[in-house]
Design a protein around this ligand. Structure first.
Ligand SMILES: [Zn+2]
Ligand SMILES: [Zn+2]
Length: 236
Protein backbone atom coordinates (compact mmCIF):
# COMPACT_ATOMS: atom_id res chain seq x y z
CA UNK A 1 0.00 0.00 0.00
CA UNK A 2 2.82 2.32 0.94
CA UNK A 3 4.45 1.67 -2.43
CA UNK A 4 1.26 2.53 -4.28
CA UNK A 5 0.87 5.77 -2.33
CA UNK A 6 4.48 6.60 -2.98
CA UNK A 7 4.22 6.03 -6.72
CA UNK A 8 1.03 8.11 -6.88
CA UNK A 9 2.75 10.89 -4.96
CA UNK A 10 5.61 10.83 -7.51
CA UNK A 11 3.23 12.34 -10.04
CA UNK A 12 1.92 15.15 -7.90
CA UNK A 13 4.94 16.22 -5.82
CA UNK A 14 8.65 16.07 -6.62
CA UNK A 15 9.83 12.48 -5.95
CA UNK A 16 12.06 11.59 -3.00
CA UNK A 17 15.73 10.66 -3.07
CA UNK A 18 15.74 6.83 -2.98
CA UNK A 19 18.83 6.76 -0.73
CA UNK A 20 18.03 9.27 2.01
CA UNK A 21 14.35 10.08 1.45
CA UNK A 22 14.89 13.84 1.05
CA UNK A 23 12.61 15.64 -1.42
CA UNK A 24 14.18 16.18 -4.84
CA UNK A 25 14.02 19.65 -6.31
CA UNK A 26 13.12 18.57 -9.84
CA UNK A 27 11.44 15.44 -11.20
CA UNK A 28 14.48 14.90 -13.42
CA UNK A 29 16.92 14.31 -10.55
CA UNK A 30 17.55 10.69 -9.61
CA UNK A 31 19.31 11.38 -6.29
CA UNK A 32 19.51 14.47 -4.06
CA UNK A 33 22.56 16.72 -4.41
CA UNK A 34 24.14 15.41 -1.18
CA UNK A 35 23.80 11.72 -2.11
CA UNK A 36 25.01 12.50 -5.64
CA UNK A 37 28.17 14.02 -4.11
CA UNK A 38 28.78 10.90 -2.01
CA UNK A 39 28.62 8.50 -4.96
CA UNK A 40 31.80 6.49 -5.60
CA UNK A 41 33.16 7.31 -9.07
CA UNK A 42 35.51 5.64 -11.52
CA UNK A 43 39.02 6.92 -12.16
CA UNK A 44 39.77 8.29 -15.64
CA UNK A 45 41.24 5.02 -17.00
CA UNK A 46 38.76 2.20 -17.47
CA UNK A 47 39.12 -1.44 -18.51
CA UNK A 48 37.21 -2.59 -21.61
CA UNK A 49 37.23 -6.18 -20.38
CA UNK A 50 35.43 -5.76 -17.06
CA UNK A 51 34.28 -2.13 -16.95
CA UNK A 52 36.32 -1.43 -13.80
CA UNK A 53 39.36 0.72 -13.03
CA UNK A 54 42.31 0.05 -15.34
CA UNK A 55 45.70 -0.47 -13.63
CA UNK A 56 47.60 -1.01 -16.92
CA UNK A 57 48.62 1.04 -19.96
CA UNK A 58 46.71 -1.29 -22.30
CA UNK A 59 42.93 -1.37 -22.92
CA UNK A 60 42.59 -4.23 -20.43
CA UNK A 61 43.38 -4.24 -16.71
CA UNK A 62 46.00 -6.73 -15.46
CA UNK A 63 43.33 -9.09 -14.20
CA UNK A 64 41.54 -9.22 -17.60
CA UNK A 65 44.86 -9.70 -19.42
CA UNK A 66 45.33 -12.94 -17.50
CA UNK A 67 41.98 -14.53 -18.42
CA UNK A 68 42.80 -17.59 -20.57
CA UNK A 69 41.38 -16.97 -24.07
CA UNK A 70 40.29 -13.44 -23.09
CA UNK A 71 36.79 -12.19 -22.29
CA UNK A 72 34.18 -13.49 -24.79
CA UNK A 73 32.39 -10.15 -25.25
CA UNK A 74 33.30 -7.08 -27.28
CA UNK A 75 33.22 -4.57 -24.44
CA UNK A 76 32.09 -4.46 -20.80
CA UNK A 77 30.77 -1.28 -19.22
CA UNK A 78 29.87 -0.86 -15.58
CA UNK A 79 28.05 2.24 -14.37
CA UNK A 80 29.64 2.61 -10.90
CA UNK A 81 32.06 0.93 -8.47
CA UNK A 82 30.30 -1.47 -6.09
CA UNK A 83 30.87 0.12 -2.72
CA UNK A 84 29.46 2.75 -0.36
CA UNK A 85 26.07 4.09 -1.38
CA UNK A 86 26.12 2.16 -4.70
CA UNK A 87 26.36 -1.12 -2.82
CA UNK A 88 23.46 -0.03 -0.64
CA UNK A 89 21.40 1.04 -3.67
CA UNK A 90 21.94 -2.27 -5.51
CA UNK A 91 21.10 -4.23 -2.39
CA UNK A 92 17.91 -2.33 -1.72
CA UNK A 93 16.95 -2.55 -5.42
CA UNK A 94 17.48 -6.30 -5.41
CA UNK A 95 15.74 -7.22 -2.21
CA UNK A 96 13.14 -4.57 -1.42
CA UNK A 97 12.54 -1.31 -3.20
CA UNK A 98 12.71 -2.23 -6.84
CA UNK A 99 10.74 0.55 -8.50
CA UNK A 100 12.29 3.22 -6.33
CA UNK A 101 15.90 2.54 -7.36
CA UNK A 102 15.32 1.60 -11.00
CA UNK A 103 15.56 5.08 -12.58
CA UNK A 104 18.77 5.84 -10.68
CA UNK A 105 20.59 2.56 -11.46
CA UNK A 106 19.37 2.03 -15.03
CA UNK A 107 19.68 5.74 -15.80
CA UNK A 108 23.37 5.68 -14.78
CA UNK A 109 23.86 2.56 -16.91
CA UNK A 110 22.42 4.30 -19.97
CA UNK A 111 24.57 7.42 -19.41
CA UNK A 112 27.69 5.31 -18.98
CA UNK A 113 26.98 3.15 -22.03
CA UNK A 114 26.56 6.22 -24.24
CA UNK A 115 29.78 7.69 -22.84
CA UNK A 116 31.99 4.59 -22.98
CA UNK A 117 30.64 2.61 -25.93
CA UNK A 118 28.86 5.01 -28.28
CA UNK A 119 30.65 3.41 -31.27
CA UNK A 120 29.26 -0.07 -30.48
CA UNK A 121 26.11 -0.93 -32.48
CA UNK A 122 23.44 -2.90 -30.63
CA UNK A 123 20.35 -4.55 -32.19
CA UNK A 124 18.68 -5.63 -28.95
CA UNK A 125 19.11 -5.60 -25.19
CA UNK A 126 18.86 -8.82 -23.17
CA UNK A 127 19.48 -9.98 -19.61
CA UNK A 128 20.70 -12.76 -17.29
CA UNK A 129 17.65 -14.87 -16.39
CA UNK A 130 16.83 -16.13 -12.90
CA UNK A 131 15.98 -19.77 -12.29
CA UNK A 132 12.16 -19.98 -12.22
CA UNK A 133 12.19 -21.06 -8.58
CA UNK A 134 14.20 -17.99 -7.55
CA UNK A 135 11.97 -15.84 -9.76
CA UNK A 136 8.91 -17.08 -7.88
CA UNK A 137 10.58 -16.38 -4.53
CA UNK A 138 11.54 -12.83 -5.44
CA UNK A 139 8.64 -11.98 -7.74
CA UNK A 140 10.80 -10.16 -10.30
CA UNK A 141 14.14 -10.37 -12.09
CA UNK A 142 16.23 -7.30 -11.25
CA UNK A 143 18.38 -7.68 -14.39
CA UNK A 144 15.31 -7.84 -16.61
CA UNK A 145 14.00 -4.59 -15.07
CA UNK A 146 17.33 -2.85 -15.69
CA UNK A 147 17.41 -4.22 -19.26
CA UNK A 148 13.91 -2.96 -20.09
CA UNK A 149 14.64 0.52 -18.80
CA UNK A 150 17.98 0.63 -20.62
CA UNK A 151 16.44 -0.65 -23.86
CA UNK A 152 13.87 2.14 -23.85
CA UNK A 153 16.60 4.74 -23.29
CA UNK A 154 18.66 3.29 -26.17
CA UNK A 155 15.62 2.91 -28.45
CA UNK A 156 16.17 -0.84 -28.88
CA UNK A 157 13.90 -3.82 -28.12
CA UNK A 158 14.45 -5.81 -24.93
CA UNK A 159 14.29 -9.53 -25.70
CA UNK A 160 14.44 -12.72 -23.65
CA UNK A 161 17.23 -14.87 -25.07
CA UNK A 162 18.28 -17.25 -22.27
CA UNK A 163 16.80 -19.57 -19.68
CA UNK A 164 18.40 -21.32 -16.73
CA UNK A 165 18.53 -25.04 -17.34
CA UNK A 166 19.64 -25.86 -13.81
CA UNK A 167 19.52 -24.20 -10.43
CA UNK A 168 22.98 -23.05 -9.33
CA UNK A 169 24.34 -22.12 -5.90
CA UNK A 170 24.52 -18.40 -5.12
CA UNK A 171 27.70 -17.21 -6.86
CA UNK A 172 28.41 -14.81 -3.98
CA UNK A 173 29.27 -17.71 -1.69
CA UNK A 174 31.95 -19.17 -4.02
CA UNK A 175 35.54 -18.37 -5.05
CA UNK A 176 36.47 -17.78 -8.69
CA UNK A 177 37.21 -21.40 -9.69
CA UNK A 178 34.10 -22.66 -7.95
CA UNK A 179 32.02 -19.93 -9.63
CA UNK A 180 33.09 -21.08 -13.08
CA UNK A 181 32.31 -24.72 -12.31
CA UNK A 182 29.00 -23.75 -10.70
CA UNK A 183 27.76 -21.75 -13.70
CA UNK A 184 28.96 -24.10 -16.51
CA UNK A 185 26.12 -25.15 -18.81
CA UNK A 186 23.64 -23.24 -16.63
CA UNK A 187 21.99 -21.48 -19.61
CA UNK A 188 20.22 -22.50 -22.80
CA UNK A 189 19.08 -20.20 -25.61
CA UNK A 190 15.39 -19.33 -26.07
CA UNK A 191 14.27 -19.27 -29.71
CA UNK A 192 17.79 -19.41 -31.20
CA UNK A 193 16.44 -18.94 -34.75
CA UNK A 194 15.72 -15.29 -33.78
CA UNK A 195 19.24 -14.73 -32.43
CA UNK A 196 21.08 -15.31 -35.67
CA UNK A 197 23.33 -12.38 -36.58
CA UNK A 198 22.15 -10.15 -33.70
CA UNK A 199 24.46 -7.78 -31.84
CA UNK A 200 23.32 -8.03 -28.24
CA UNK A 201 23.80 -5.97 -25.10
CA UNK A 202 23.63 -8.31 -22.10
CA UNK A 203 22.56 -6.83 -18.74
CA UNK A 204 23.25 -7.94 -15.17
CA UNK A 205 23.21 -6.09 -11.85
CA UNK A 206 26.75 -6.64 -10.54
CA UNK A 207 29.99 -7.71 -12.25
CA UNK A 208 32.16 -9.71 -9.84
CA UNK A 209 34.42 -12.22 -11.62
CA UNK A 210 32.45 -12.18 -14.88
CA UNK A 211 31.84 -15.97 -14.68
CA UNK A 212 28.04 -15.71 -15.08
CA UNK A 213 28.23 -13.12 -17.86
CA UNK A 214 30.95 -15.16 -19.59
CA UNK A 215 28.92 -18.35 -19.62
CA UNK A 216 25.79 -16.47 -20.82
CA UNK A 217 27.79 -14.72 -23.57
CA UNK A 218 29.25 -18.01 -24.83
CA UNK A 219 25.76 -19.53 -24.92
CA UNK A 220 24.45 -16.57 -26.97
CA UNK A 221 27.37 -16.71 -29.42
CA UNK A 222 26.95 -20.46 -29.87
CA UNK A 223 23.24 -19.86 -30.56
CA UNK A 224 24.12 -17.53 -33.46
CA UNK A 225 24.45 -14.01 -32.00
CA UNK A 226 27.14 -12.21 -33.98
CA UNK A 227 28.44 -10.12 -31.09
CA UNK A 228 27.74 -9.60 -27.38
CA UNK A 229 28.64 -6.65 -25.15
CA UNK A 230 27.85 -6.52 -21.46
CA UNK A 231 26.74 -3.85 -19.03
CA UNK A 232 26.19 -3.91 -15.27
CA UNK A 233 25.00 -1.34 -12.73
CA UNK A 234 28.12 -1.95 -10.62
CA UNK A 235 31.55 -3.57 -10.70
CA UNK A 236 32.74 -5.32 -7.53
ZN1 LIG B 1 19.71 11.71 -0.86
ZN1 LIG C 1 39.42 -5.58 -16.49
Amino acid sequence: MWNILRSISDFVTPPLCPLCGKELTTAKERLCVDCEKELPLWPERRCKGCGGANDSYLDLCRNCQQIPGGRPWRIAVSAMPYYGSVREAVHRFKYREKAYFLPFLAGRMADEWLKMASEVEVDAVTYIPLHWRRYLQRGYNQSEMLAKYLASRLGRPCIRTLRRVRKTSQQATLDQTARMANIRKAFAPVGSEKLSGLRLLLVDDVFTTGATLGEATKTLLKAGASEVSVITAARD
